[in-house]
Ligand binder design. Sequence first.
Ligand code: NAD
Ligand code: MG
Length: 387
Amino acid sequence: MKSLSILGATGSIGSNALDIVRQFPDRFTVNALTAKTRVAALARQIVEFTPRMAAVIDAEHARQLKALLPPTADVEIVFGEAGYVEAATCPETDMVLGAMVGSAGLVPTLAAIDAGKDIALANKETLVMAGALVMEKVARRGVKLMPVDSEHSAIFQSMAGQGRNGVREILLTASGGPFLKRPATDFNAITPQDALRHPNWSMGRKISIDSATLMNKGLEVIEARWLFGIDFQRIKVVVHPQSIVHSMVVYQDGAVIAQMGVPDMKGAIAYGLSHPRRLPLDVPAPDFAHIGQLTFEEPDLERFPCLALAYRAGEQGGTLPAVLNAANEVAVDAFLDNRLPFVGIYPIIDQTLNHHTGVYGADLGQLIEADRWARETADTLVRRQER
Ligand code: NAD
Ligand code: MG
């Protein structure tokens, strides 16, 4: 029996993970659940999965959550960053699923590693911000870090039995998002509703916008660099609109090993939670004859400049990836609030990076300070273009 703390339980990844727990009650128990503000959804999950602890963003939401629970519910409610850390480090927890969105996942994930917990990580922003720190702690504490992002799960699976030996390069596949075929001249008219309509995957709002700009793939390149210890020149992106090949590893003899499946996160989540065992899931295999063709093409860095920006920040290293990530979070929020056009996202991130003086070998405090600085700078830039 594996006892889980699920950070970001009410989200797309979190609720898919709870579906898996529901299907395998003899394999998993839920020890802690967290959410930001969606207390009604969290209350339903608490009633069903009876965790010992639940955490929300602040005291007011903790009070609202308590009011929604039946008086018999035996759950400790905590809040704020300290609350998320408590949920991530409970003594009874074996594995933490990091499924929060954005930089909020960083501190609880690091605390969980320090406490010796195994980690299943969907929250790629944590590795983008602090990959060196995370990997160093993982090695020091000897915990398991399982990728949940579908591409990274695919790479992990494609390396099974061979490790990094003889890897020539990694090919990260990208669906290309909803605007793959849209001419650049039409990008001005893109609304949040257009951008949220992903052709293949159903995901949270922030990652859906990141998929539309291809920043998601850029963040994943940085994530892969840390998870697999491979330099940026050997991580390539290939657009594959069918999203059947989840990613590939090229070996030094020219052999390519790929992992395939239908676009459904359940497989990657379940594998992350139960590795090395594969669980019997109600997920079909791709119907290849019906799909007919799998196609591949180069990403268009002119229409999707965020991908190149992520490579640049990743290669420069230090605090730059944390700044890239924070500026992107601010720009995406502003776009979703109709305060910034879709084509305004890239310039905000680019200008924020240009204003930044990188700190190399940064510790956690310096990374958090870079994140704070980048949010303030990006926010100022958003306001300036609003006038
Ligand atoms: P989502 O928006 O559906 O859910 C996010 C969860 O995090 C919610 O439970 C929310 O309450 C919580 N949360 C949000 N902001 C928070 C904050 N400031 N503090 C504490 N909790 C907060 O997001 P999602 O699509 O499930 O994505 C979660 C993470 O997984 C992201 O990092 C994303 O990049 C990654 N991921 C998602 C998918 C997918 O298919 N959805 C695939 C690969 C990777
Ligand atoms: Mg992915």
